[in-house]
Design a protein. Structure first.
Length: 276
């Protein structure tokens, strides 16, 4: 099967975008892994499918598959690329669209300066809805990892996150500890493991070991989760700049029951065809 694709990225978090609006696309986990393979395929962190709307009052549906072939609920950097893709290809004339995902409805908007702002929805803290194995909700949980106790904030941004505060982002044990947290038994659907260094109340440094991918250059939902966790713990202000290895994201959150807003770039790299 010959697939036309577009390669895009948001701060180095890169995607292969496929148009499934006129022709349904069904790919096996093996095919998805082949596309994502950086040596034998196109190479990406996630494969994104643009589909017709499934939910009422939405313009499109958005499916996300990690590099390991597993489908996931949400991807913030991908959401910015999604609206850039449908607008640049003439699939919509709107600058703001409503998009259904496995994790709920998101609302990305193209700004006049070329940046993209996404309403990422309201964060979820109830353990059963993250999901996370805990008796009651708490701002911080003790997680046993490799024989030691690690303090994490657990929440969902449509996908599960475990965020911890570190003193030195460059020395954070992302490669060694990240996979252990990702597959920790208290997270039955696995989890994205975030490491946050607080530079000031309005700026943090962030690295994320993404579920099913590994460490990426940037993680949009991870940036949202880190800022929300920091605000809940009284460590951050309502508007924060998140510095990742791929670049900066602006995150704002007005508090409980309110959506998280994320602003950052979305870039098209190239287009092509692949025999899959």
């Amino acid at each position: 099967m010959l697939l036309k694709f577009t390669k895009m990225h948001g701060l180095g978090n890169d995607f292969v975008v496929l148009d499934a609006l006129t022709r349904p696309i069904s790919l096996s986990p093996e095919q998805l892994r082949r596309i994502a393979d950086r040596h034998f395929g196109v190479g990406c962190d996630q494969v994104l499918l643009v589909e017709p709307p499934r939910l009422a009052d939405t313009d499109f549906h958005y499916r996300i598959f990690n590099a390991d072939g597993g489908e996931v609920e949400q991807c913030g950097n991908g959401a910015r690329c999604f609206v850039r893709y449908v607008r640049d290809r003439g699939l919509t004339t709107k600058t703001e669209i409503r998009v259904g995902t496995r994790g709920g409805v998101i609302v990305p908007r193209l700004e006049d300066d070329g940046q993209v702002t996404v309403n990422m929805g309201v964060p979820e803290f109830e353990p059963a809805r993250i999901p996370f194995d805990a008796a009651v909700r708490a701002p911080v949980y003790a997680l046993e990892v490799d024989g030691r106790s690690v303090e994490v904030s657990a929440l969902s941004m449509g996908n599960p996150h475990a965020v911890q505060v570190v003193t030195d982002i460059e020395r954070a044990p992302v490669a060694g500890e990240g996979p252990l947290i990702e597959r920790h038994p208290r997270f039955p659907q696995r989890v994205n493991a975030g490491y946050m260094q607080i530079d000031s109340r309005r700026r943090i440094l962030l690295r994320v070991y993404e579920r099913g991918v590994g460490e990426t250059l940037a993680c949009g939902t991870g940036a949202c989760a880190a800022v929300v966790a920091g605000i809940l713990r009284g460590l951050l202000d309502r508007e924060v700049m998140v510095a990742s290895r791929g670049g900066d994201l602006g995150i704002s959150w007005a508090g409980e029951g309110r959506p998280v807003m994320m602003t950052g770039p979305a870039v098209t790299v190239f287009e092509g065809e692949m025999d899959i």
